[in-house]
Write a protein that binds this ligand. Sequence first.
Ligand SMILES: [Zn+2]
Ligand SMILES: [Zn+2]
Length: 297
Amino acid sequence: MKVKFWGVRGSIPTPGKETVRYGGNTSCIGLDADDGTVVIFEAGTGIRTLGLKLAGMPSVEIHLFLSHTHWDHIHGFPFFVPAYIPNRVIRIYGPPHFDKSLQQIMAQQMVYSYFPVNSDELQARIKYVDLKEETVEIGGLKITSKLMNHPVTCYAYRVTEGAKSMVYTGDNEPYYNFMASAAMDETEVDEITMIVKEQNDRNIEFVKDCDLLIADAQYTDAEYPTKVGWGHSSNLQVLDLAMKAGAKELVMFHHEPTRSDDQIDEIVKQTREYYAATGHSGIKKISAAVEGEEIII
Ligand SMILES: [Zn+2]
Ligand SMILES: [Zn+2]
């Protein structure tokens, strides 16, 4: 399968000369399976240019997976040209949120107060699929969703084709014991610590032995203590996940919007140095996602 980054930025687009090398568009990852199946993860602003390419491939059915529906993961969708092409088939998969279906949530950003086209006026044949933790089979692909730790329901996805697999974490922070500082006795704290460990172990199991891990690494380890509970990981947290899970390649994703290209270079350097010092050797490549780059596994 071939993965291509169309948008790598977290939170908000960041155009400008400081971000031009890694790219300023928000999350969007294209995946072309060996059997021709077309999958997209996320509808951040990067999906606009991917849509222009797909508009020229009319017979291809499009499978769009959303980790969650925070703006930076859906705000490119109103500009996704295939959605305006009559009879074009698009399937959109993602989490519902309490009483609202995925379709209802997506429709809310396309009402006339915000956008000149209502979602009912899109001419493509759009089918919405509310996902639980489950596996969807599309052509030769198996795509499994797993709940992650973020302030809204958010899924990671594991894609398997033959012997190859890749995992995309969506927005995610490792589970932690946020109760520990409250007035609790030691036994209760220990019980919660055990639950937290089990949740993190489930995430390691989900990532286990994948060929490629694309992980939300919005923060540095130095920044993380002031961002606890915001739903994102640090560079060393995702390195730890990749090491424990035996991932063969780690790509840091969802870059902090205030981060310049030079700062991202520095984070990659630090992460590689830290990894080299561990003596571990299973990860063959560590990088930060670059808009426009492709990875074949
Ligand atoms: Zn995000
Ligand atoms: Zn989010």
